[in-house]
Design a protein around this ligand. Structure first.
Ligand SMILES: [Zn+2]
Length: 313
């Protein structure tokens, strides 16, 4: 009766990994309970997600072929584009959000167009990357995505993508911006699932310093000014103060991404019997909501919804 924070399946967004090929549903070793699907196999998962009361999925693609500029990212029959169409058919009411970034599609694993900088280190060319991101976003919109989620952290990307979408009559498509994405050690297992580790160098030049919160608020304000409809903090549990600050500063819907490392740490400890997995998961999800997140992107979405449904949360 006096509980202040309530989780509901309607708060969750389930991330899904899509592979090229057909007939594939394979487990991700570093993320117990998480699978990668080919587009023809994703319909059942989408239906189960919708049936659990979860309103949205977030798609990540693994391309057939990587190249220097990640040109597979805007292929009309690429894994993500095909998955969008399959999900739309299997679960028409599910909101389809797609991740937009080049890192899973480039041979070098950086998030955009690369130029050799001083000392031979790879440097991402911000402005050349915007063009690639806009092509990828438009291709997803054309396939039927509802929300485009740019995760690359290039400067000016939200405005650039917004303009490109509008020009091609996709002005009804929303943008969920990874506004505050920290250079975090918690992304390890995801890079397994999405084959997206940088081959050399890292992403510190365009992801945020974990020590900064005012910078996060500036980035979010900037993305909102450029036309973001929703904003995100990523990762979640180590950045609850950032979520809190963002929820107090902005009126826009606020997502928090409980990332792969947050998920896998709990699952691994639970496997060893060191913690009560479901209990710790529900506790962390509650904390993220309590901090001020409206929606939580979590690999635990279906399981959490089941627990809530049974009244055990
Ligand atoms: Zn990236």
């Amino acid at each position: 009766m006096i509980r202040e924070t309530r989780l509901a399946p309607g708060n969750f967004i389930l991330p899904l990994f899509v592979l090229p090929g057909s007939g594939i549903k394979e487990p991700v070793a570093s993320m117990p309970g998480v699978h990668r699907f080919s587009a023809d196999k994703i319909g059942d998962e989408a239906r189960a997600t919708a049936d659990a009361g979860i309103p949205a999925v977030l798609l990540f693609g693994v391309p057939e072929r990587k190249d220097e500029d990640g040109t597979d990212a805007w292929k009309d029959n690429g894994p993500v584009q095909s998955a969008i169409r399959a999900i739309r058919k299997a679960a028409p009411r599910l909101t389809i959000i797609t991740d937009v970034c080049m890192c899973a599609y480039t041979t070098h694993g950086q998030c955009g167009h690369v130029q050799k900088g001083p000392g031979g280190v790879n440097d991402v060319d911000n402005d050349a990357t915007l063009e690639l991101l806009a092509r990828m976003a438009t291709s997803h919109a054309k396939a039927g995505a509802d929300v485009i989620a740019p995760s690359d952290m290039m400067d000016g990307r939200v405005g650039f993508i917004r303009e490109s979408l509008d020009e091609q009559a996709f002005d009804h498509i929303s943008i969920l911006s990874y506004a505050a994405k920290y250079a975090s050690g918690f992304y390890g297992p995801f890079r397994d699932a999405a084959d997206s580790s940088p081959k050399d160098g890292d992403r510190k030049s365009y992801q945020m310093d974990p020590a900064n919160v005012r910078e996060a608020l500036r980035e979010m304000g900037q993305d909102i000014a450029e036309g973001a409809d929703m904003i995100m903090v990523k990762p979640a549990l180590a950045y609850l103060d950032v979520i809190r600050a963002a929820s107090e500063e902005f009126d826009h819907p606020l997502c928090a991404y409980q990332v792969s490392g947050e998920y896998s740490m709990v699952m691994a400890a639970a496997e060893r019997g060191w913690v009560d997995g479901p209990r710790v998961m529900m506790e962390t999800l509650t904390a993220i909501k309590r901090a001020g997140a409206d929606n939580i992107i979590t690999y635990y979405a279906k399981e959490a919804s089941r627990i809530l449904e049974k009244g055990e949360g």
